[in-house]
Design a protein around this ligand. Sequence first.
Ligand code: DOR
Ligand code: ZN
Length: 447
Amino acid sequence: MVPVPRRVSARSRASASPELPGPDWVLAGRGLVDGHLQPIEIGISDDGTIVALGRDLHAPERHDVGESVVLPSATDLHVHFRDPGGPADVENFAAGTIEAALGGVGLVADMPNTRPAVTDASRLEEKRARVTGRTAVDVLLYGALTATSRVDQLAMAAGALKLYLSPTTGVERPPTRAEIPGLLQRAAASGLPLTVHAEDPAQFVLEPPPTSLSDWDRARPWTAEAAAVEEVIAAAPRELRLHFAHVTSARIAERIAKAGHSFEASPHHLLLSRASKVGPRAKVNPPLRSEGERAHLWELFALGGIPCLASDHAPHAASAKDVAFPLAPSGMPNVETMLPLLLAKVRAGELDLARLTAAAMDRPSRWIGQPRGRIALGHRADLLVVDFRSRRKITAGDLHAPCGWTAFEGYEGIFPREHYRAGERIVLAGEYIGTPTGVVRRPEFAA
Ligand code: DOR
Ligand code: ZN
Protein backbone atom coordinates (compact mmCIF):
# COMPACT_ATOMS: atom_id res chain seq x y z
CA MET A 1 0.00 0.00 0.00
CA VAL A 2 1.01 3.60 -0.43
CA PRO A 3 2.28 4.78 2.93
CA VAL A 4 0.16 7.13 4.97
CA PRO A 5 1.57 10.55 4.06
CA ARG A 6 3.65 12.24 6.71
CA ARG A 7 6.23 14.96 6.53
CA VAL A 8 9.81 14.02 7.31
CA SER A 9 12.80 16.16 8.03
CA ALA A 10 15.35 13.83 6.42
CA ARG A 11 16.48 15.22 3.08
CA SER A 12 17.34 12.91 0.22
CA ARG A 13 20.54 12.78 -1.64
CA ALA A 14 20.40 13.10 -5.44
CA SER A 15 18.60 15.92 -7.24
CA ALA A 16 16.37 17.37 -4.55
CA SER A 17 15.68 21.06 -4.85
CA PRO A 18 16.67 23.20 -1.83
CA GLU A 19 13.18 24.81 -1.82
CA LEU A 20 11.30 21.50 -1.77
CA PRO A 21 10.63 19.34 1.30
CA GLY A 22 12.27 15.92 1.60
CA PRO A 23 10.38 12.95 0.13
CA ASP A 24 7.91 11.11 2.28
CA TRP A 25 8.10 8.07 0.07
CA VAL A 26 9.89 6.86 -3.03
CA LEU A 27 8.44 5.22 -6.11
CA ALA A 28 11.14 3.14 -7.79
CA GLY A 29 10.90 1.43 -11.17
CA ARG A 30 11.99 2.10 -14.72
CA GLY A 31 11.37 5.35 -16.54
CA LEU A 32 12.35 7.29 -19.62
CA VAL A 33 15.60 9.15 -19.11
CA ASP A 34 17.01 10.85 -22.21
CA GLY A 35 14.65 8.76 -24.34
CA HIS A 36 15.74 5.40 -22.87
CA LEU A 37 14.21 3.19 -20.20
CA GLN A 38 16.43 3.23 -17.15
CA PRO A 39 15.97 2.58 -13.43
CA ILE A 40 14.48 5.69 -11.80
CA GLU A 41 13.47 6.72 -8.31
CA ILE A 42 10.88 9.40 -7.72
CA GLY A 43 10.76 11.10 -4.33
CA ILE A 44 7.24 12.25 -3.42
CA SER A 45 6.29 14.58 -0.57
CA ASP A 46 3.23 14.21 1.64
CA ASP A 47 1.40 16.85 -0.39
CA GLY A 48 1.84 14.80 -3.56
CA THR A 49 4.64 16.78 -5.20
CA ILE A 50 7.69 15.28 -6.91
CA VAL A 51 10.51 16.61 -4.73
CA ALA A 52 13.46 14.43 -5.69
CA LEU A 53 14.62 12.42 -8.71
CA GLY A 54 17.65 10.20 -8.96
CA ARG A 55 19.11 7.02 -7.54
CA ASP A 56 19.53 5.94 -3.93
CA LEU A 57 16.86 8.27 -2.62
CA HIS A 58 16.10 7.96 1.08
CA ALA A 59 12.65 8.26 2.56
CA PRO A 60 10.63 6.51 5.28
CA GLU A 61 8.72 4.45 2.73
CA ARG A 62 9.53 2.91 -0.62
CA HIS A 63 7.39 1.27 -3.29
CA ASP A 64 9.47 -0.63 -5.81
CA VAL A 65 7.65 -1.72 -8.99
CA GLY A 66 10.70 -3.55 -10.37
CA GLU A 67 10.78 -3.79 -14.14
CA SER A 68 7.47 -1.95 -14.53
CA VAL A 69 7.58 1.47 -16.15
CA VAL A 70 6.57 4.69 -14.39
CA LEU A 71 5.02 7.29 -16.69
CA PRO A 72 3.24 10.59 -16.13
CA SER A 73 -0.55 10.28 -16.44
CA ALA A 74 -2.04 11.43 -19.75
CA THR A 75 -3.91 14.65 -20.56
CA ASP A 76 -6.87 14.06 -22.87
CA LEU A 77 -7.82 17.30 -24.66
CA HIS A 78 -11.09 15.98 -26.07
CA VAL A 79 -13.89 14.16 -24.23
CA HIS A 80 -17.69 14.43 -24.37
CA PHE A 81 -18.99 13.40 -20.95
CA ARG A 82 -22.65 14.24 -21.77
CA ASP A 83 -23.14 15.94 -18.42
CA PRO A 84 -25.59 17.69 -18.18
CA GLY A 85 -28.08 16.17 -20.54
CA GLY A 86 -27.02 12.55 -20.50
CA PRO A 87 -28.69 10.27 -20.92
CA ALA A 88 -26.96 9.07 -17.74
CA ASP A 89 -26.96 5.48 -18.99
CA VAL A 90 -24.60 6.71 -21.73
CA GLU A 91 -22.08 8.82 -19.77
CA ASN A 92 -21.59 11.36 -16.97
CA PHE A 93 -18.73 12.99 -15.06
CA ALA A 94 -18.61 10.35 -12.31
CA ALA A 95 -18.38 7.38 -14.68
CA GLY A 96 -16.34 9.11 -17.39
CA THR A 97 -13.58 10.21 -15.02
CA ILE A 98 -13.33 6.69 -13.54
CA GLU A 99 -12.89 5.39 -17.10
CA ALA A 100 -10.20 8.05 -17.56
CA ALA A 101 -8.43 7.00 -14.34
CA LEU A 102 -8.47 3.34 -15.40
CA GLY A 103 -7.17 4.30 -18.85
CA GLY A 104 -4.26 6.31 -17.43
CA VAL A 105 -5.71 9.78 -18.08
CA GLY A 106 -5.22 12.25 -15.21
CA LEU A 107 -6.83 15.34 -16.77
CA VAL A 108 -9.72 15.51 -19.24
CA ALA A 109 -10.89 18.54 -21.21
CA ASP A 110 -14.67 18.28 -21.53
CA MET A 111 -16.33 19.58 -24.70
CA PRO A 112 -19.18 22.12 -24.51
CA ASN A 113 -21.72 20.39 -26.79
CA THR A 114 -23.77 19.01 -23.91
CA ARG A 115 -27.53 19.51 -23.60
CA PRO A 116 -27.74 22.41 -22.97
CA ALA A 117 -24.50 23.47 -24.66
CA VAL A 118 -22.02 25.59 -22.68
CA THR A 119 -22.47 28.85 -24.57
CA ASP A 120 -22.35 31.38 -21.71
CA ALA A 121 -20.97 31.91 -18.22
CA SER A 122 -24.06 30.67 -16.37
CA ARG A 123 -24.05 27.38 -18.29
CA LEU A 124 -20.39 27.05 -17.46
CA GLU A 125 -21.09 27.57 -13.77
CA GLU A 126 -23.83 24.94 -13.92
CA LYS A 127 -21.38 22.51 -15.42
CA ARG A 128 -18.68 23.36 -12.89
CA ALA A 129 -21.14 22.54 -10.10
CA ARG A 130 -21.62 19.10 -11.63
CA VAL A 131 -17.88 18.40 -11.49
CA THR A 132 -17.32 19.32 -7.85
CA GLY A 133 -17.19 16.25 -5.65
CA ARG A 134 -17.98 13.90 -8.50
CA THR A 135 -14.83 13.32 -10.54
CA ALA A 136 -12.01 10.82 -10.17
CA VAL A 137 -9.56 13.02 -12.12
CA ASP A 138 -9.20 16.73 -12.86
CA VAL A 139 -11.37 18.37 -15.49
CA LEU A 140 -10.94 21.40 -17.71
CA LEU A 141 -14.16 22.82 -19.15
CA TYR A 142 -14.55 24.10 -22.69
CA GLY A 143 -16.92 26.94 -23.54
CA ALA A 144 -18.51 27.03 -27.02
CA LEU A 145 -17.46 29.99 -29.14
CA THR A 146 -20.80 30.97 -30.67
CA ALA A 147 -21.26 34.76 -30.28
CA THR A 148 -18.70 37.54 -29.89
CA SER A 149 -20.81 39.18 -27.18
CA ARG A 150 -20.42 36.18 -24.89
CA VAL A 151 -16.71 35.54 -25.22
CA ASP A 152 -15.46 37.85 -22.48
CA GLN A 153 -17.71 36.52 -19.69
CA LEU A 154 -17.20 32.92 -20.84
CA ALA A 155 -13.44 33.43 -20.87
CA MET A 156 -13.46 34.43 -17.18
CA ALA A 157 -14.49 30.89 -16.20
CA ALA A 158 -13.77 28.48 -19.08
CA GLY A 159 -10.53 26.51 -19.42
CA ALA A 160 -10.56 26.69 -23.21
CA LEU A 161 -12.85 27.57 -26.12
CA LYS A 162 -14.28 25.32 -28.82
CA LEU A 163 -15.41 26.40 -32.26
CA TYR A 164 -17.63 24.08 -34.30
CA LEU A 165 -17.81 24.95 -37.98
CA SER A 166 -20.44 22.29 -38.71
CA PRO A 167 -23.54 21.20 -36.77
CA THR A 168 -22.90 18.60 -34.09
CA THR A 169 -24.57 16.83 -31.16
CA GLY A 170 -25.86 19.70 -28.98
CA VAL A 171 -24.76 22.53 -31.36
CA GLU A 172 -27.28 22.57 -34.18
CA ARG A 173 -26.47 26.04 -35.60
CA PRO A 174 -22.72 26.68 -35.96
CA PRO A 175 -21.45 30.20 -36.73
CA THR A 176 -21.66 31.35 -40.33
CA ARG A 177 -18.52 31.90 -42.40
CA ALA A 178 -18.90 35.66 -42.06
CA GLU A 179 -18.83 35.38 -38.26
CA ILE A 180 -15.64 33.34 -38.09
CA PRO A 181 -12.97 36.11 -38.31
CA GLY A 182 -14.67 38.14 -35.56
CA LEU A 183 -14.97 35.08 -33.31
CA LEU A 184 -11.29 34.24 -33.82
CA GLN A 185 -10.34 37.83 -32.93
CA ARG A 186 -12.32 37.69 -29.70
CA ALA A 187 -10.89 34.28 -28.84
CA ALA A 188 -7.37 35.65 -29.34
CA ALA A 189 -8.11 38.66 -27.13
CA SER A 190 -9.43 36.35 -24.36
CA GLY A 191 -6.05 34.63 -24.09
CA LEU A 192 -7.72 31.22 -23.83
CA PRO A 193 -6.69 28.30 -26.03
CA LEU A 194 -9.11 27.62 -28.90
CA THR A 195 -9.83 24.19 -30.39
CA VAL A 196 -11.55 24.06 -33.78
CA HIS A 197 -13.67 21.26 -35.22
CA ALA A 198 -12.74 21.98 -38.82
CA GLU A 199 -15.19 20.63 -41.38
CA ASP A 200 -16.82 22.95 -43.94
CA PRO A 201 -20.51 21.94 -44.15
CA ALA A 202 -20.82 23.66 -47.55
CA GLN A 203 -18.80 20.73 -48.93
CA PHE A 204 -20.92 17.95 -47.43
CA VAL A 205 -22.96 15.80 -49.81
CA LEU A 206 -25.62 14.32 -47.56
CA GLU A 207 -28.14 13.25 -50.24
CA PRO A 208 -28.80 10.45 -50.92
CA PRO A 209 -28.32 9.48 -47.26
CA PRO A 210 -24.99 7.68 -46.70
CA THR A 211 -25.52 4.02 -45.81
CA SER A 212 -21.98 2.81 -45.03
CA LEU A 213 -18.68 4.01 -43.57
CA SER A 214 -17.39 4.51 -47.14
CA ASP A 215 -20.43 6.60 -48.02
CA TRP A 216 -19.90 8.64 -44.84
CA ASP A 217 -16.32 9.37 -45.88
CA ARG A 218 -17.55 10.50 -49.32
CA ALA A 219 -20.34 12.59 -47.76
CA ARG A 220 -17.96 14.48 -45.45
CA PRO A 221 -14.72 14.23 -47.44
CA TRP A 222 -11.22 15.18 -46.31
CA THR A 223 -11.43 18.14 -48.68
CA ALA A 224 -14.19 19.61 -46.44
CA GLU A 225 -11.75 19.33 -43.56
CA ALA A 226 -8.88 20.83 -45.59
CA ALA A 227 -11.03 23.79 -46.70
CA ALA A 228 -12.10 24.60 -43.14
CA VAL A 229 -8.52 24.36 -41.90
CA GLU A 230 -7.39 26.82 -44.61
CA GLU A 231 -10.15 29.24 -43.73
CA VAL A 232 -9.30 29.23 -40.04
CA ILE A 233 -5.55 29.49 -40.62
CA ALA A 234 -6.11 32.48 -42.91
CA ALA A 235 -8.36 34.28 -40.39
CA ALA A 236 -6.44 33.41 -37.21
CA PRO A 237 -4.77 36.35 -35.46
CA ARG A 238 -1.09 35.76 -34.74
CA GLU A 239 -1.57 35.71 -30.97
CA LEU A 240 -4.37 33.11 -31.01
CA ARG A 241 -3.47 29.86 -29.24
CA LEU A 242 -4.99 27.61 -31.90
CA HIS A 243 -5.46 23.84 -32.00
CA PHE A 244 -7.26 21.65 -34.56
CA ALA A 245 -9.24 18.66 -33.28
CA HIS A 246 -9.19 15.10 -34.75
CA VAL A 247 -7.15 15.60 -37.92
CA THR A 248 -7.80 12.64 -40.25
CA SER A 249 -5.25 13.15 -43.01
CA ALA A 250 -1.45 13.39 -43.06
CA ARG A 251 -1.67 16.12 -45.71
CA ILE A 252 -3.79 18.30 -43.45
CA ALA A 253 -1.55 17.54 -40.48
CA GLU A 254 1.48 18.73 -42.42
CA ARG A 255 -0.34 21.89 -43.48
CA ILE A 256 -1.24 22.79 -39.89
CA ALA A 257 2.27 22.01 -38.69
CA LYS A 258 3.68 24.31 -41.38
CA ALA A 259 1.41 27.11 -40.18
CA GLY A 260 2.79 26.57 -36.66
CA HIS A 261 -0.46 25.59 -34.91
CA SER A 262 -1.24 22.69 -32.60
CA PHE A 263 -3.43 19.70 -33.52
CA GLU A 264 -4.45 16.25 -32.42
CA ALA A 265 -5.20 12.85 -33.92
CA SER A 266 -7.61 10.39 -32.33
CA PRO A 267 -7.08 6.64 -31.88
CA HIS A 268 -9.96 5.75 -34.21
CA HIS A 269 -8.45 7.70 -37.12
CA LEU A 270 -5.03 6.20 -36.38
CA LEU A 271 -6.20 2.59 -35.98
CA LEU A 272 -9.50 2.16 -37.87
CA SER A 273 -10.51 2.89 -41.45
CA ARG A 274 -13.76 3.00 -43.40
CA ALA A 275 -13.05 -0.68 -44.23
CA SER A 276 -13.96 -1.50 -40.60
CA LYS A 277 -16.69 -4.11 -40.22
CA VAL A 278 -18.07 -2.35 -37.12
CA GLY A 279 -20.76 -0.50 -39.13
CA PRO A 280 -22.65 2.47 -37.61
CA ARG A 281 -20.84 2.10 -34.28
CA ALA A 282 -17.73 3.36 -36.13
CA LYS A 283 -19.62 6.34 -37.59
CA VAL A 284 -17.74 9.43 -36.37
CA ASN A 285 -17.23 13.07 -37.35
CA PRO A 286 -14.98 13.65 -39.15
CA PRO A 287 -15.39 10.21 -40.75
CA LEU A 288 -12.98 7.30 -40.80
CA ARG A 289 -10.97 7.55 -44.02
CA SER A 290 -9.51 4.97 -46.43
CA GLU A 291 -7.01 2.38 -45.25
CA GLY A 292 -4.26 4.19 -47.19
CA GLU A 293 -5.08 7.53 -45.54
CA ARG A 294 -5.15 5.85 -42.11
CA ALA A 295 -1.77 4.22 -42.75
CA HIS A 296 -0.22 7.60 -43.69
CA LEU A 297 -1.64 9.23 -40.59
CA TRP A 298 -0.25 6.42 -38.43
CA GLU A 299 3.14 6.71 -40.10
CA LEU A 300 3.25 10.44 -39.37
CA PHE A 301 2.22 9.83 -35.76
CA ALA A 302 4.88 7.14 -35.29
CA LEU A 303 7.48 9.57 -36.70
CA GLY A 304 6.51 12.19 -34.12
CA GLY A 305 4.81 14.45 -36.68
CA ILE A 306 1.51 14.76 -34.78
CA PRO A 307 1.86 16.80 -31.60
CA CYS A 308 -1.12 15.52 -29.58
CA LEU A 309 -3.17 12.37 -29.11
CA ALA A 310 -6.77 12.92 -27.94
CA SER A 311 -9.56 10.39 -27.53
CA ASP A 312 -12.61 12.31 -28.83
CA HIS A 313 -14.49 10.08 -26.38
CA ALA A 314 -18.09 10.56 -27.59
CA PRO A 315 -20.29 7.69 -26.38
CA HIS A 316 -23.84 7.02 -27.54
CA ALA A 317 -26.20 4.29 -26.36
CA ALA A 318 -25.75 0.98 -28.17
CA SER A 319 -29.48 1.10 -28.96
CA ALA A 320 -28.98 4.49 -30.68
CA LYS A 321 -26.02 3.18 -32.70
CA ASP A 322 -27.38 -0.23 -33.72
CA VAL A 323 -29.86 1.17 -36.23
CA ALA A 324 -29.88 1.88 -39.97
CA PHE A 325 -26.68 3.79 -40.84
CA PRO A 326 -28.29 7.16 -41.69
CA LEU A 327 -30.08 7.26 -38.31
CA ALA A 328 -27.06 6.48 -36.12
CA PRO A 329 -25.42 9.40 -34.27
CA SER A 330 -21.68 9.98 -34.72
CA GLY A 331 -19.12 9.24 -32.02
CA MET A 332 -17.57 6.39 -30.05
CA PRO A 333 -16.22 5.89 -26.51
CA ASN A 334 -12.43 5.94 -26.17
CA VAL A 335 -11.12 7.58 -22.98
CA GLU A 336 -10.46 4.26 -21.21
CA THR A 337 -8.91 2.57 -24.25
CA MET A 338 -6.83 5.35 -25.87
CA LEU A 339 -3.62 4.91 -23.91
CA PRO A 340 -3.90 1.10 -23.52
CA LEU A 341 -4.25 0.71 -27.33
CA LEU A 342 -1.18 2.87 -27.92
CA LEU A 343 0.87 1.21 -25.15
CA ALA A 344 0.17 -2.10 -26.90
CA LYS A 345 1.59 -0.54 -30.09
CA VAL A 346 4.73 0.37 -28.13
CA ARG A 347 5.06 -3.20 -26.95
CA ALA A 348 4.53 -4.45 -30.52
CA GLY A 349 7.49 -2.31 -31.60
CA GLU A 350 5.34 -0.08 -33.82
CA LEU A 351 5.67 3.09 -31.73
CA ASP A 352 8.42 4.65 -29.66
CA LEU A 353 7.47 5.17 -26.00
CA ALA A 354 9.05 8.64 -25.90
CA ARG A 355 6.93 9.70 -28.90
CA LEU A 356 3.80 8.40 -27.20
CA THR A 357 4.52 10.23 -23.94
CA ALA A 358 5.19 13.45 -25.86
CA ALA A 359 1.83 13.17 -27.67
CA ALA A 360 -0.34 11.83 -24.84
CA MET A 361 1.19 13.52 -21.80
CA ASP A 362 3.60 16.38 -22.35
CA ARG A 363 2.35 18.40 -25.35
CA PRO A 364 -1.39 18.36 -24.53
CA SER A 365 -0.57 19.54 -21.00
CA ARG A 366 1.58 22.38 -22.29
CA TRP A 367 -1.02 23.44 -24.82
CA ILE A 368 -3.69 23.67 -22.15
CA GLY A 369 -1.32 25.46 -19.72
CA GLN A 370 -1.04 22.71 -17.11
CA PRO A 371 2.17 21.96 -15.22
CA ARG A 372 1.87 18.19 -15.68
CA GLY A 373 2.65 15.44 -18.17
CA ARG A 374 6.32 15.13 -17.19
CA ILE A 375 8.17 13.47 -14.35
CA ALA A 376 9.83 16.65 -13.14
CA LEU A 377 10.76 18.32 -9.86
CA GLY A 378 7.95 20.46 -8.51
CA HIS A 379 5.28 18.70 -10.61
CA ARG A 380 2.40 16.91 -8.95
CA ALA A 381 2.96 13.16 -8.62
CA ASP A 382 0.32 12.20 -11.20
CA LEU A 383 1.87 8.94 -12.28
CA LEU A 384 1.13 5.57 -13.87
CA VAL A 385 2.76 2.20 -13.36
CA VAL A 386 2.70 0.13 -16.55
CA ASP A 387 3.67 -3.51 -16.82
CA PHE A 388 4.32 -4.09 -20.51
CA ARG A 389 3.97 -7.86 -20.02
CA SER A 390 0.33 -7.56 -18.96
CA ARG A 391 -1.30 -7.31 -22.35
CA ARG A 392 -4.96 -8.27 -22.69
CA LYS A 393 -7.65 -8.35 -25.33
CA ILE A 394 -10.02 -5.40 -25.03
CA THR A 395 -13.62 -6.42 -24.54
CA ALA A 396 -16.58 -4.20 -23.66
CA GLY A 397 -17.48 -6.36 -20.65
CA ASP A 398 -14.17 -5.40 -18.97
CA LEU A 399 -14.58 -1.66 -19.63
CA HIS A 400 -16.43 0.85 -17.49
CA ALA A 401 -18.33 3.10 -19.91
CA PRO A 402 -22.07 2.94 -19.13
CA CYS A 403 -22.77 2.78 -22.88
CA GLY A 404 -21.36 -0.77 -22.74
CA TRP A 405 -19.63 -1.09 -26.11
CA THR A 406 -16.31 -0.40 -27.82
CA ALA A 407 -15.28 -0.28 -31.47
CA PHE A 408 -11.95 -1.84 -30.37
CA GLU A 409 -13.36 -5.23 -29.35
CA GLY A 410 -10.55 -7.81 -29.60
CA TYR A 411 -7.72 -5.26 -29.96
CA GLU A 412 -4.69 -5.65 -27.68
CA GLY A 413 -4.49 -3.23 -24.76
CA ILE A 414 -2.03 -2.59 -21.93
CA PHE A 415 -3.88 -0.95 -19.05
CA PRO A 416 -1.97 0.83 -16.28
CA ARG A 417 -1.61 -1.36 -13.21
CA GLU A 418 -1.46 1.64 -10.88
CA HIS A 419 -2.46 5.29 -11.22
CA TYR A 420 -1.42 7.95 -8.68
CA ARG A 421 -3.13 11.30 -8.31
CA ALA A 422 -1.03 13.74 -6.26
CA GLY A 423 0.78 10.72 -4.81
CA GLU A 424 -2.44 8.95 -3.79
CA ARG A 425 -3.13 5.64 -5.46
CA ILE A 426 -6.45 5.70 -7.31
CA VAL A 427 -5.96 2.55 -9.39
CA LEU A 428 -4.48 -0.66 -8.01
CA ALA A 429 -4.14 -3.91 -9.99
CA GLY A 430 -6.26 -2.31 -12.69
CA GLU A 431 -9.15 -1.57 -10.28
CA TYR A 432 -10.35 1.92 -9.37
CA ILE A 433 -9.90 2.54 -5.61
CA GLY A 434 -10.02 6.36 -5.50
CA THR A 435 -12.42 8.98 -4.20
CA PRO A 436 -14.05 11.75 -6.29
CA THR A 437 -11.64 14.57 -5.49
CA GLY A 438 -10.98 15.88 -8.99
CA VAL A 439 -11.05 19.65 -9.46
CA VAL A 440 -11.74 22.06 -12.31
CA ARG A 441 -8.52 23.38 -13.87
CA ARG A 442 -7.84 26.50 -15.89
CA PRO A 443 -4.72 27.34 -17.91
CA GLU A 444 -1.66 28.47 -15.94
CA PHE A 445 0.37 29.96 -18.73
CA ALA A 446 2.84 31.50 -16.34
CA ALA A 447 3.76 28.04 -15.05
O1 DOR B 1 -18.29 11.95 -33.90
C1 DOR B 1 -18.48 12.95 -33.22
N1 DOR B 1 -19.26 12.92 -32.12
N2 DOR B 1 -17.93 14.11 -33.60
C2 DOR B 1 -18.24 15.27 -33.00
O2 DOR B 1 -17.75 16.29 -33.40
C3 DOR B 1 -19.19 15.31 -31.87
C4 DOR B 1 -19.28 14.01 -31.22
C5 DOR B 1 -20.47 13.92 -30.30
O3 DOR B 1 -20.62 14.80 -29.45
O4 DOR B 1 -21.22 12.94 -30.38
ZN1 ZN C 1 -15.47 15.62 -30.36
